[in-house]
Write a new protein. Structure first.
Ligand SMILES: NC(=O)c1ccc[n+]([C@@H]2O[C@H](COP(=O)([O-])OP(=O)(O)OC[C@H]3O[C@@H](n4cnc5c(N)ncnc54)[C@H](OP(=O)(O)O)[C@@H]3O)[C@@H](O)[C@H]2O)c1
Length: 242
């Protein structure tokens, strides 16, 4: 299939590229940087330089890629989630979830894309007995600063799931760790970045439209749906690939 990977240079995007290529997909990957686009091309990826907030350029980029699938792996977070920069990152990341997703959905619809797979997070559930399942409500009554993140997540998920005829798949990822994340472990719900990338590939091949919790097993989150429907394996690692 032809895949438009928005966020090809991000923590998950980087680990996803080799999986997509190994599965035989043709990838058009995005970055805002000319230097990073050259690096993408050097690894055999068709690269396009585009800012998701430039709606007209994004429309052209997606149309030119003629994708079957748009993969949304965009975030706007500081490297290693630097605590000193997280307060200003919240509103920026919410903006990319809201306006970036809106622009991506518009471009996907205009290009006749079949499926949109989008990165979300798995720790925005409203407090109730754990483990949380995908059917549990988001914490939309949260106070700031959490409220900013919840609103961004809710917008991203609504746009992804309710933009027919696009088939929307939302991957609610746990806290990332592993190469490129700046962390070698994470609190529950934890998720190795390679397993996050593998789940994105499985979402192309196996997911039904809807939401999937993607993390390691814990008392916090149920991942039963992803294990049953996607054969999601939280212990997957890239270096185990033949
Ligand atoms: N679930 C989680 O725990 C989770 C999820 C995601 C990230 N993180 C953490 O956040 C930190 C930073 O993540 P990251 O390294 O993936 O970097 P990032 O700065 O969040 O960027 C992610 C991707 O989004 C793209 N992007 C950002 N703004 C864009 C825009 N306006 N238009 C187009 N593309 C845009 C970036 O492309 P360019 O910069 O190349 O243009 C990059 O490909 C890491 O420590 C990571 O582990 C955690």
């Amino acid at each position: 299939m032809r895949i438009f990977l928005a966020g090809a240079t991000g923590a998950i995007g980087k680990r996803l590229l080799p999986l997509l290529r190994k599965a035989g997909h043709h990838v058009v990957g995005t970055t805002r940087s000319g230097a990073k686009s050259a690096a993408l091309r050097a690894t055999g990826v068709e690269a396009v330089v585009v800012d998701v907030f430039d709606a007209a350029a994004l429309l052209r980029a997606v149309a030119g890629a003629r994708p079957d699938i748009v993969m949304h792996q965009l975030t706007d977070l500081p490297p290693g989630l630097d605590p000193a920069r997280m307060a200003e990152a919240g509103p920026r990341n919410a903006r990319i979830r809201r306006e970036g997703t809106e622009n991506l959905v518009r471009a996907a619809l205009a290009a006749g894309v079949r499926r949109l797979i989008a990165q979300s997070i798995a720790w925005m559930y409203a407090a109730r007995p754990q483990p949380y399942t995908e059917a549990d409500p988001l914490d939309i009554e949260a106070q700031a600063p959490r409220a900013i993140t919840v609103a961004g997540v809710a917008a991203l998920e609504r746009l992804t799931l309710a933009s027919p005829p696009l088939e929307g798949v939302v991957l609610r990822y746990g806290h990332l760790y592993g190469p490129g994340t700046g962390a070698d472990r994470a609190e529950a719900p934890a998720l190795h970045v390679d397993a996050a990338a593998a789940a994105a590939l499985l979402a192309i091949e196996k997911a039904h439209p809807g939401i999937y919790n993607i993390a390691e097993p814990s008392g916090y989150l149920s991942i039963e749906k992803a294990q049953r429907e996607l054969d999601f394996d939280p212990s997957f690692r890239l270096n185990a690939l033949a």
